[in-house]
Design a protein around this ligand. Structure first.
Ligand code: FMN
Length: 337
């Protein structure tokens, strides 16, 4: 079942929405390398309603490549969420995804993100209202529950599907876990067992193409959503389609293309250089000399300097098992803001 609402996706592999990462440039790259769907990062319903310029920037997308275009919004208030979804539709959204998993306090304190897991009826009301207001397929992304004593994903899923949810993504950690511990894939299998006829998107701790296949086979989920493993490695989607990992030249050209698209997207050169540093750290992860490269680019301020440094480093960079051991884990949480 590769169906989400009226859309039949070409394969089961989806890029996870990631704040500060899943912007238009990166989504376009992932789509081109074979991802079947790349939802936006979470976008504030309040910001959309106020037509906040920064918020509206998140709506930018490439209609040629991003098909279907799925917009993730967050908020706890049904009327506001429905109005925000209508604005999203006017900008081109073809699927509305509701964030019901974000564990960050800034989001949950307003009854949004994973706080919705504590109020399944209200979560379902969001789905109903958004669908009624837009006519678009509405998908949801949940966690397994608020904490280990309240792992109510079956109840939440029942309410959401009852309200017309077109596909459900689950990251099987609780809100309380944040990103610690392990994603419990048994939860994904359990969800699929209880809702065999509904599209289920499994997510969490897929590190390699083999993991992605294993998640599908062992849980029966219809789609696999990949987050951190795609950071600095959007080629994972090409590998999942049977292709090869990038050659050093391809990686180098890929980083440069991403950087140029990022500079155009951000609009100011210094801001773009600074916000691209984390992407460069991810692209360099595991390559010989990565730590020195990171230190070097952190001191650069102009796009020309960055391009020169990228060419120097990536054109000949190779994976190095010892480099991986020496390197600290990449700090993706910095991107959560
Ligand atoms: C940097 C970062 C930003 C994230 N932002 C979002 C977001 O905006 N919306 C969302 O639903 N999940 C967000 N997540 C959660 C991911 O979509 C995903 O559920 C999580 O990373 C687990 O999948 P993984 O193990 O494949 O990374 C974010 C995760 C990371 C690492």
């Amino acid at each position: 079942m590769l169906q989400i609402g009226p859309y039949t996706l070409p394969n089961p592999f989806i890029l996870a929405p990631m704040a500060g990462v899943s912007e238009e440039p990166f989504r376009v790259i992932a789509f081109r390398l074979g991802a079947a769907l790349c939802p936006t990062e979470l976008v504030s319903s309040q910001g959309l309603m106020r037509a906040n310029q920064r918020t509206l920037k998140y709506l930018r997308f490439d209609p040629e490549v991003e098909r279907p275009y799925s917009l993730q919004i967050f908020g706890g208030e049904p009327e506001a969420m429905a109005r925000a979804a209508v604005i999203g539709k006017q900008y081109g959204a073809q699927i509305i995804d509701i964030n019901m998993g974000c564990p960050v306090k800034k989001v949950t304190k307003n009854g949004a993100g994973s706080a919705l897991l504590c109020e399944p009826a209200r979560a379902a009301e969001l789905v109903r209202r958004i669908h009624a207001a837009t006519g678009l397929p509405v998908t949801c992304k949940i966690r397994s529950g608020w904490d280990e004593h309240n792992r109510n994903y079956l109840q939440v899923a029942g309410e959401l599907f009852g309200a017309g949810c077109a596909a459900l993504a689950i990251h099987p950690r609780t809100q309380a876990q944040g990103y610690s511990g392990k994603a419990d894939w048994d939860v994904i299998a359990d969800l699929k067992r209880h809702f065999p006829d509904r599209p289920i998107i499994g997510n969490g701790d897929v590190k390699t193409p083999a993991d992605a296949r294993r998640m599908r086979e062992s849980t029966g989920c219809d789609f696999v959503m990949i987050g951190r493993a795609a950071l600095g490695n959007p080629w994972i989607f090409r590998e999942l389609a049977g292709g090869e990992p990038p050659t050093p030249e391809e990686r180098c050209e890929g980083v440069l293309a991403h950087f140029r698209a990022h500079v155009a997207f951000v609009g100011d050169a210094l801001g773009a250089v600074r916000s691209f540093r984390r992407h460069m750290a991810w692209y360099a992860h595991g390559l010989r000399g990565a730590a020195a490269f990171r230190a070097e680019v952190n001191a650069l301020d102009t796009p020309e300097e960055v391009e020169a440094a990228v060419r120097r480093f990536f054109a000949s960079a190779h994976f190095d098992a010892t480099a991986l051991e020496e390197e600290q884990d990449v700090d993706y949480r910095a991107a959560l803001g």
